[in-house]
Design a protein around this ligand. Sequence first.
Ligand SMILES: [Zn+2]
Ligand SMILES: [Zn+2]
Length: 209
Amino acid sequence: MLNIKEDFHVHTSYNDHSAPDLNVASAVEYADSIGLKTLAFTEHVRRESNWIDSYVNEIERNNTKPNLKLVTGFEAKILRDGSIDCLPKYSADYFVIASFHTIYGNKKIWMNAIKSVIRNPDVNVIGHLAPDPTFSLDNEELIEICQLLKEHGKIVELNAKYNRPPIDWVLKFKEFNVDFHLGSDAHSLNEIGEFSRILKLVQVVGARS
Ligand SMILES: [Zn+2]
Ligand SMILES: [Zn+2]
């Protein structure tokens, strides 16, 4: 069951493209004010990111709300070779969403990359599947992904920004008892905890409010 009071995908001011009103402190205030119970910060990370210690400290300093659980994490890009763009010393210790941010076009590259990401023990969640709206998998390919997700205990994110995954994928994941959670992918304050764009996906999976 999904919990619509939990948002597992929120950005901060540590990237260069969030709205000016969004930072760690304002996100915590806002999330608490709308009654969220869990807020996961998942800033875009790269292997060369040099702000990580300050980001982690800032989240710790803002962990001040008794009714709001904060999670410190990263959104790491899935690279062509199936590795993630995050140093292992961080991915091992923090919550990690792995997402495709580049369209690899070639299905073989994509399949190999997603499979090695699902097998990666540092990855907790697969973010906004699939890579682009025109991309499709046949039934056998989808079943292979379902089995791997289940076997490795990976969570599939229902992403409100991209309205992903496609509903037929979600139905198939559900058949295989794959776990889901919700991510707004907020890049501005009022997108936090906002899942109205994906009500259909939420309905299909089932939610408690
Ligand atoms: Zn993303
Ligand atoms: Zn994101």
